[in-house]
Design a protein around this ligand. Structure first.
Ligand code: NAD
Length: 347
């Protein structure tokens, strides 16, 4: 393939990982970078040898360039909708970081803009590119574990170790937004994963508490219990205050076997009953080695570029991103009302 997608990046936090992904991939090139913090964006420009003529503190100025095909919106969540819509309206395709938005209203604004402009949005639910989860999905889809009857996923992190960023001298604690419940902000990873592998739950009941990050506006720990259309059930545990290392341990229990996986180990474990007639008891673990890569932005960007350049439909779409936000918001509602909440996916 000769043509490369010329991508600009807004936001220089996790955006640095996107910059590396763009520079590394064969089908992308870095067109420009932007962050309102003058010192940070200049440091990042030096770090990746970005010409100063391609460095911006105002994304609207950056969008005036005529050599940008697509934009990665990696700014804090409250800016996703405004910036994504502006990029689409300027004729660019967008890869927007997760969570797609903090409200369904903002998701709908982006869905509408996508339809209106004919451009594309991909949502950065990067777990869909973590090799351990990709392999688990492949095994489930191949039918090797049969029909899933129970699934569990988790997102466990310690946000007390993530300080607010300073933007031009002012501390900006955007993760402590009252709309950014843990189950949406970080938990969207685990909820997206359960949807991706086990399907869309129809109902969720959730319980939450705040015994760790006591000064935060939202609960820090949530457990979601879900029903799926085929009678399967599932559970997602989310905490943004755990005292352990970061990993997303997940299990998919099927009628013919089980997959145990996460995003940080160098293997996943499979149990299967169909080898019993060959003398292998189903209790024998089958270890499948994988390359641990919890934030596989390189693969995510490669697919984004490939599908845009080849004019193919993106897989992690704005609709998919919206479904995950809807599930997270239904869980938040349940923590408040104490009732089960039905989830619709009609957007
Ligand atoms: N996919 C993942 O696993 C993953 C991991 C981390 C963060 N994220 C998401 O990426 C986004 C950014 O998170 P982060 O960890 O980089 O945060 P961060 O606080 O580390 O960095 C945010 C950056 O955005 C800049 N910024 C502030 N206001 C801005 C604005 N109006 N426009 C553009 N940039 C602005 C800040 O100066 C800072 O450089 C969030 O939506 C977050 O949920 C995703």
């Amino acid at each position: 393939m000769d043509k490369k997608l010329r991508i600009a990046v807004i936001g220089a936090g996790i955006g640095k990982s996107h910059i590396r992904g763009i520079l590394f991939n064969f089908n992308t090139e870095l067109a420009a970078i932007c962050d309102p913090d003058v010192e940070r964006i200049n440091t990042v420009a030096d770090m990746y040898a970005v010409d100063k003529s391609r460095v911006y503190t105002d994304y609207k100025e950056m969008l005036k360039r005529d050599d940008i095909d697509a934009v990665i919106v990696a700014s804090p969540d409250p800016f996703h909708a405004e910036q994504t819509v502006a990029c689409l309206e300027s004729g660019r395709d967008v890869l927007c970081e997760k969570p797609f938005a903090l409200t369904l209203e903002d998701c709908k604004k982006m869905l509408d803009a996508e339809k209106r402009t004919g451009r594309h949005i991909m949502v950065g639910q990067v777990c869909r590119y973590a090799p351990g989860f990709v392999k688990a999905k492949e095994l489930v889809d191949s039918g090797v574990i049969g029909e899933i009857f129970y699934a569990e996923t988790e997102y466990a992190h310690d946000y007390s170790k993530i300080p607010g960023k300073t933007v031009n001298g002012k501390v900006f604690k955007w993760r402590e937004d009252p709309l950014r419940h843990g189950v949406l902000g970080g938990g969207c990873h685990a909820l997206d994963l359960i949807r991706w592998i086990a399907g869309n739950p129809t109902e969720v009941t959730a319980y939450a508490n705040k015994k760790m990050l006591t000064t935060w506006p939202t609960d820090d720990t949530t457990v979601c219990i879900m029903k799926f259309p085929n009678g399967a059930i599932g559970r997602t545990f989310v905490s943004i205050a755990v005292k352990r290392d970061y990993t997303m341990r997940s299990c998919f229990y099927g009628s013919k076997g089980t997959v145990i996986c996460d995003n940080t180990s160098s293997h996943i474990t499979l149990y299967r009953t169909d080898l019993e007639d060959k003398g292998q008891p189903f209790t024998t673990p089958i270890i499948i080695n994988i390359e641990p890569e919890s934030h596989n932005t390189k693969a995510e960007i490669e697919e984004f570029a490939r599908l845009i350049l080849e004019n193919k439909p993106l897989r992690m779409t704005a609709y998919e991103g919206t479904c995950t936000v809807a599930l997270a918001l239904a869980a938040v509602e349940s923590t408040k009302t104490g009732k089960a909440v039905q989830i619709g996916y009609d957007f």
